[in-house]
Design a protein around this ligand. Structure first.
Ligand code: C2E
Ligand code: CA
Ligand code: CA
Ligand code: CA
Length: 277
């Protein structure tokens, strides 16, 4: 290729130009959607494995896009984080979910709420004041709020994370380590981070069928017990997995076998049916 050919390519590559253009459109669309209130919170039940009653929910964000329909977090969360929009989006999810969970207390006293925290939220110095203010505004008792974060989020700055989580716990909220067991050195952090709950990653639950799979799940549960952490199994998709987890003394679980994430109105209906039982 000739030298000037390369120079031309650097100035204008139609494929790259189209990709950059597409990205700019998506970014603008995401900002617009935040202003237009196109985001929704879905709630997935967390059940008590004995009795299978719904004892709480995990809040999971959705984008109800005006043209593309309901989008899962995988379609927009990374971009929102890159654009610095997650503190705003995450703050909205927290307030909306706390407001809803406070309403559910009338139907189901003690009903718990789990909310995910992103790396940028944890790194935001205003987080502690924001959580305190949201609890005050919504009236949700702090003991009913569980903030979930993954190891990779906590590991951005372990010492700082430990300090922020400690301050959050002072407010009375609990902390859950999400996707537990998938990180490289989960054990070393359990001593440093003030964690109350571990969410056993779905990969362990789904591997229970395979040979040795049950012993891996058992080992992960044993670690939780050793550190006096309450385990919640994630991604439970069938009755066999549920009964094995029950045998392993895992108290709580979440997964399609019990219920999929759903809009608030459907969760209200579920609580009404449950109260009538
Ligand atoms: P996560 O925190 O690990 O949430 C659990 C994910 O597993 C959810 O996906 C849920 O729908 C899915 N799931 C539940 N039961 C089953 C099952 O039985 N089988 C399988 N295969 N999957 C199951 P979703 O809603 O698409 O969320 C994906 C991730 O996006 C979440 O993973 C979380 O990391 C992130 N996310 C969702 N909402 C928020 C939010 O408000 N803030 C932040 N920072 N992250 C969020
Ligand atoms: Ca989670
Ligand atoms: Ca998880
Ligand atoms: Ca995850």
């Amino acid at each position: 290729a000739k030298a000037e050919g390369k120079g031309v390519a650097r100035r204008f590559d139609p494929t790259q130009f189209a990709a950059a253009e597409q990205r700019r459109r998506e970014e603008a669309d995401l900002c617009r959607a935040l202003d237009d209130g196109e985001f929704e919170v879905y709630y997935q039940p967390i059940v008590d494995l004995d009795g299978e009653r719904t004892v709480g929910v995990e809040a999971l964000v959705r984008w109800n896009h005006r043209e593309r329909g309901m989008l899962p977090p995988a379609a927009f969360l990374d971009m929102a984080e890159t654009l610095g929009l997650l503190p705003r989006l995450g703050g909205w999810v927290l307030e909306e979910a706390c407001r809803q969970a406070a309403v559910w207390q009338a139907q189901a006293p003690g009903f718990e709420l789990n909310v995910n925290l992103s790396a940028s939220q944890l790194g935001n110095p205003a987080l502690i004041d924001e959580v305190r203010a949201v609890l005050e505004r919504t009236g949700l008792p702090p003991a009913l709020l569980v903030l979930e974060l993954t190891e990779s989020v906590a590991l951005v700055d372990l010492i700082e994370s430990a300090r922020v989580l400690g301050a959050l716990k002072q407010l009375g909220v609990r902390i859950a380590l999400d996707d537990f067991g998938t990180g490289f050195s989960s054990l070393s952090h359990l001593g440093t981070l003030p964690v109350d709950v571990v969410k056993i990653d779905k990969s362990f639950v789904q591997a229970m069928q395979e040979s040795n799979g049950a012993s891996v799940a058992e080992a992960v549960l044993q670690i939780a017990r050793t550190f006096r952490l309450a385990p919640v199994a994630e991604g439970v998709e069938d009755a066999t997995q549920a009964s094995r987890l029950r045998e392993l003394d895992c108290a709580q679980a979440q997964g399609y076998h019990f219920a999929r994430p759903m809009p608030a109105v459907d969760l209200t209906a579920l609580l009404t049916r449950q109260a009538a039982l």
